[in-house]
Design a protein. Sequence first.
Length: 144
Amino acid sequence: MQSRSELGDEGLNRSQNFTSPVALVAKVAGASARACKARLELGRKLRGAVLLGGGEGLAPFPVVARVLDQGVLGVEAATTIVNQCGVLADRGCSPDVVALAEETLVDQTISCRLTAYVTVKAASHLREDAESSVSSPRRRLRVA
């Protein structure tokens, strides 16, 4: 069974008489609704878009999804990286720049054991570099 909004009344939360996916996950996991909502939002951002034929498109953040699945990266850090890379994409950075930023942030967060707060600081440096690379694509991204 699955619980996507596209499934309507056939979704898991509806079939189990829950008012929302958040309520279902909170009950099953024994976690707060706030924490469950944040995790579901992260899952939505990591999932590829539903295509017209009903299939699923490419995952927008494959590196984050992979290390999250492996249990190497925490949910809070993953959320931070996805949000920061989303800002880059929203500001018009090329997919290659966003992918490089994602990989750099994941590598730095894991290898340096960064907290989510420090990851945001590192992302701000990447964002500055990435935004300037829109006008100068040959410039390399750095983490200060």
